[in-house]
Write a new protein. Structure first.
Length: 291
């Protein structure tokens, strides 16, 4: 069923005066919700359409096309694209976006999930209320926010990453801002984060971990290369690196912050190429020497 807009509804949402006058002047009151947003987008009033969707909410409508190419699109329901998506400006979907191939957008937001059979590239914000899943890489020049994140290849972000659940990248993770992950962070290659690296559960990297701020995890941290931070390294449980573990000058390395000291040998051991010079807590395990 189409959703009908009324002037009383709009007034109750406290719209800006200019946007409300334009809405009334173009006789959009009493019409179809999606048609009103389409009219706003065609007129270049993309932010008005975004405001309408944010305040009126998503619908169960489905837009299904072979390919999607547009300057901007604001759609209240689900968008299914069998091929690729090319939107130079804003793509805002009330529910989910599913693409059989790659997605490229200036700004991409979805109320629920974003799935791509290829790569996802955004020039600005990439945001999903649910999960973001790409068979290839995910790259955004701005911030990335999602409930879950999974990439087959690398994750590259020019801003901050904020994911409520798990992050699983098949290859490298490279974030210019900070990275916050509510659950576990796993990368098939190295992890590089310029800002704070804050993970609720564990961190596992198939190569090095390098951070320009603090590294902190509620569980253990494991790197198959070096583990280095400009500030402190703090783990609730174990620390393990095939190379060196090194905090910044004047900062410490802490393992077992969520474990009783008596349990450190079992639950808060520290293993690395050599003992960290600034190890403050945790049980250091010397590697066995072979004749």
């Amino acid at each position: 069923m189409d959703m009908e807009l009324t002037q009383n509804f709009l007034r109750g949402k406290n719209p800006c005066a200019a946007g409300y006058r334009w809405f009334v002047r173009n006789n959009l009151a009493g019409g179809d919700y999606q048609a009103a947003m389409d009219t706003q987008v065609r007129a270049g009033r993309v932010e008005d359409a975004r405001w309408l969707l944010q305040n009126f909410g998503p619908t169960n409508a489905v837009l299904e096309v072979e390919h999607l190419e547009a300057d901007n699109l604001v759609f209240a329901g689900t968008v299914i694209v069998h091929g690729d998506v090319r939107v130079s400006g804003t793509l805002f979907v009330g529910r989910s976006l599913q693409a059989g191939a790659g997605i490229r957008a200036g700004r991409l937001e979805a109320g629920e999930d974003i799935h791509s059979g290829g790569a996802i590239f955004c020039g600005e914000l990439l945001q999903a209320g649910g999960g973001i899943k790409a068979a290839w890489s995910v790259e955004t020049q701005g911030d990335l926010r999602a409930g879950e994140l999974r990439t087959g290849w690398e994750l590259r972000c020019g801003g901050h990453v904020d994911v409520q659940g798990n992050i699983h990248a098949g290859q490298e993770v490279d974030v210019q801002g900070g990275l916050r992950c509510g659950k576990s962070l796993r990368a098939g290659a190295g992890i590089q984060v310029q800002g704070l690296l804050d993970v609720g559960h564990g961190i596992a990297a198939g190569d090095h971990i390098a951070c320009g701020n603090h590294i902190q995890a509620g569980w253990g941290i494991k790197a198959l290369g070096d583990m280095r931070a400009a500030c402190s390294i703090r783990a609730g449980e174990t620390l393990q690196a095939e190379g060196e573990i090194a905090a910044g000058p004047g900062y410490g390395v802490f393992a077992g912050m969520s474990v009783q000291m008596d349990a450190w040998p079992d639950c808060a051991w520290v293993r690395a190429l050599r003992k960290p010079s600034s190890l403050v807590s945790g049980f250091w395990e010397d590697r066995p020497s072979f004749a």
